[in-house]
Design a protein around this ligand. Structure first.
Ligand code: HEM
Length: 239
């Protein structure tokens, strides 16, 4: 669909599909993962969630086994989905990784001023930002690096159930620890991401763009000035 005159394209349909696929997988993995921690000293939510979920899937240890299979299957589907997306939209993947890992002068100042604005007020003018602002970049970096750690340690845990010998118990111990830490890191960022993307009134056009693929030009100019400049100059690599 061609964007209306005052709208500019922000996401390909495949970007939108992978984003919501990723979010849906995260929801199921987070809830089922918390449900697997049947130790109320370790589970941040206590024993009620594991009990409710196990009851839902047949009760007792059989319910726990079904929950584990669900967690493993969705984990593998999630990784396969991401690999397929990287193949289908290799250009979009390269653009995304290049953008989120390139820091520009002004990004640090943007982050400090934005945090001041959102907490105590003031903070001064925000330096112009590119396709992603520094807050979006920080979360995207955490979700890419955290996602790699979660996927790799998840595969070790899956293999430990089926094929790994008992002699690599140390590896499994590290995998469990890193799996929890990486989920904790991404989840902390996710709370801010969901607030900024879906609740903060300023970002409503960005939220709509995750369904329509486009944003109003004025919004883009105000929030992502350097991106719009690059588009206007027809710079190679500007999406
Ligand atoms: C209810 C849940 C979620 C909502 C409402 C939401 C909303 C959004 C929105 C509106 C954007 C577009 C921002 C823009 O381009 O201006 C976005 C981008 C992004 N989101 Fe989410 N998100 C959710 C869950 C997640 C999850 C679970 C992850 C990963 C752990 C995630 C990772 C990302 C990343 C990496 C981007 C940048 C990628 C892109 O723009 O294509 N999101 N999200």
């Amino acid at each position: 669909m061609t964007p209306a005159n005052n709208e500019i394209k922000r996401h390909d349909p495949s970007d939108i599909r992978i984003h919501w696929f990723n979010a849906a997988c995260w929801l199921v993995l987070l809830v089922s993962g918390l449900g697997l921690i049947k130790n109320d000293k370790l589970n941040p939510l206590g024993a009620w969630l594991p009990d409710v979920l196990r009851a839902l899937f047949g009760g007792g240890s059989a319910g726990g086994a079904v929950l584990l299979v669900l967690h493993e299957v969705v984990g593998v589907v999630w990784l396969v989905g991401i690999v397929i997306y990287m193949g289908v939209n290799a250009g979009g993947t390269r653009f995304f990784l290049r953008e989120i890992f390139s820091l520009r002068p002004g990004d640090f100042t943007w982050m400090v001023r934005k945090m001041l604005r959102m907490t105590v007020g003031g903070g001064g003018e925000l330096p112009p930002q590119g396709y992603y602002n520094m807050g979006q970049k920080a979360f995207a970096q955490a979700s890419v690096l955290g996602g790699i750690a979660i996927g790799a340690t998840g595969m070790i845990l899956l293999a430990s159930d089926k094929i790994l010998p008992a002699s690599v118990v140390w590896l499994v111990g590290w995998a469990v620890t890193l799996h929890y830490l990486a989920v904790g890191l991404v989840f902390a960022g996710l709370l801010v991401h969901i607030y900024m993307a879906a609740i903060s009134p300023e970002e409503k056009p960005g939220f709509r763009s995750m369904f329509t693929g486009t944003v109003p030009r004025d919004y883009a100019r105000h929030h992502h000035g350097l991106w719009v400049d690059a588009l206007d100059k027809g710079e190679p690599g500007a999406k």
